[in-house]
Design a protein around this ligand. Sequence first.
Ligand SMILES: C[S@@+](CC[C@H](N)C(=O)[O-])C[C@H]1O[C@@H](n2cnc3c(N)ncnc32)[C@H](O)[C@@H]1O
Length: 95
Amino acid sequence: MDSDLERKRLASNHYIAKDAAGGKLVLAPVNFTQPVKVLDSTTADGTWLLDLATDLLTAPDGAAHVFVGTDINPVPFPAQPPSNFAFHVQDINKE
Ligand SMILES: C[S@@+](CC[C@H](N)C(=O)[O-])C[C@H]1O[C@@H](n2cnc3c(N)ncnc32)[C@H](O)[C@@H]1O
């Protein structure tokens, strides 16, 4: 996914899926009132992770969460992510 067009297409898919889920980014019963570490495997450009962080910043201790994105391709990773973000290259078929 090296093309800007493909990155934008995936970002559009994110907002379509979010809308279909009633604006919710997390459907699992996760307690975000405590600091948590969130992993977004195959994150691409981290759209979901960044959007979730934006939502959680309005919650108590939202800034205390840690957000980790992994993908086999680092090209779309944000150049200057927030300090509580980390992006790593990882192939899900390997340990
Ligand atoms: C359809 S995109 C999903 C992007 C994003 N999660 C989203 O929902 O918009 C699939 C992503 O999987 C990554 N990917 C493909 N094979 C992979 C592998 N073996 N290990 C890790 N990431 C992989 C691609 O680089 C691409 O960013």
